[in-house]
Design a protein around this ligand. Structure first.
Ligand code: SF4
Length: 345
């Protein structure tokens, strides 16, 4: 009996897909930029310390200029001065650099989403090192249960709301008056003193945060940082977005022949993958279940522990998370959709 040739399935393509041939080096570049900013902040810290010591010792020692970059560590002063500028139209006399840096980082978040957090913020860089160290040391990072994780994430917004509320009700005169107090004038030195003369309580709290950051990925950033909360809110205004075209990508994913399966259905988070070809690389057959497909995409799970990454490495490519094809299929960013030829695009 004659069989009908299979009609190729049609699926909507709303936008031309872009195939990337070159290896994605964005993570590598990001780590370099993070390292450079860490060095820059280290240098600023040392220079500021020497500047403060010179005056504390009555003009003895190295007489270096005060580094204006230290005001990047004064986000509350930045917020206060930004309000002062908006209300009065005048640049504040005290800590103007805090305001310029604050506005600069805010604009960066509006234009490039959370680029400040992931590329520049030294605390974020430390946080990233800590969970990586923790994962190496303890074998894995903990994931808080959803019922605990979601309300806990609200904490940083609560803290941000408190700062905004307090500063929001202050008049321009009150803001100016605060900056003219000895505390306002020396707020940068107070910050230095916090680290120089740290009490037991502060040391215990910081040690606890370090430990939690080793156990739980980005603990501080995820749950407690009000600055990150603000940058996150600003990033909502960003015109730069990666949107998944779920409809098109799911259709794409289903076009694969059984011997080239990319994704099998299952309970959410339990999808089965069995890859023969990923991102243009031939890999050996094999399949495992991944507990958390999104964690895999973020690199939160151990490389090689949940999908066939070991074989990618064996194929001569290092893992820079690009090869997490399952995430491409699942998240379906428009430029990384999986095409019918088996390549990630
Ligand atoms: S969340 Fe806060 S500490 Fe973390 S990277 Fe962003 S600004 Fe820095």
């Amino acid at each position: 009996m004659a069989t009908q040739p299979a009609t190729p399935l049609q699926f909507p393509i709303k936008k031309a897909l872009i195939r990337r041939f070159a290896r994605d080096t964005s993570q590598h570049t990001r780590h370099i930029v993070q390292g450079l900013f860490l060095l820059l902040n280290g240098w600023i810290g040392i220079q500021f310390y020497l500047w403060a010591r010179y005056y504390e010792r009555g003009g003895v020692g190295m007489n270096l200029p005060r580094p204006a970059g230290v005001e990047g560590w004064l986000p509350i002063a930045g917020l206060m001065n930004t309000k002062y500028l908006l209300v009065t139209g005048r640049v504040p006399e005290m800590h103007p650099a805090a305001m310029y840096l604050f506005i600069g980082f805010l604009l960066m978040s509006i234009l490039l989403k959370k680029a400040f957090c992931s590329w520049l913020c030294p605390v974020g860089t430390f946080s990233e090192y800590l969970w990586r160290i923790g994962r190496r040391f303890f074998g894995r990072n903990l994931r808080l249960p959803r019922w605990f994780d979601i309300p806990l994430r609200g904490l940083k917004y609560l803290l941000l709301g408190l700062f905004v509320a307090v500063i929001g009700v202050m008049s321009a005169e009150a803001l100016d008056g605060f900056m003219a107090t000895p505390y306002g004038l020396l707020v940068d030195v107070k910050m230095l003193n916090f680290f120089r003369t740290m009490g037991i309580t502060a040391a215990v709290v910081i040690a606890l945060l370090v430990l939690l950051s080793m156990l739980v990925q980005n603990f501080w950033c995820r749950y407690l940082c009000p600055y990150g909360a603000l940058m996150g809110l600003a990033s909502l205004l960003s015109p730069v977005k990666i949107r998944r075209d779920a409809e098109a990508c799911i259709v794409f994913a289903r076009q694969f022949q059984s011997d080239r399966d990319i994704l099998d259905g299952g309970f959410p988070g339990e999808e089965r993958i069995g890859l023969k070809q990923v991102a243009g690389l031939t890999v050996e057959r094999g399949e495992r279940r991944t507990k958390d497909i999104y964690a895999a995409c973020d690199g939160r799970e151990q490389t090689g522990g949940n999908i066939e990454q070991r074989r990618l490495a064996a194929a001569g490519r290092t893992d820079d998370r690009d090869e997490l094809a399952v995430a491409y299929v699942q998240r379906c960013t428009i430029d990384r959709c999986v095409g019918a030829d088996g390549d990630a695009k």
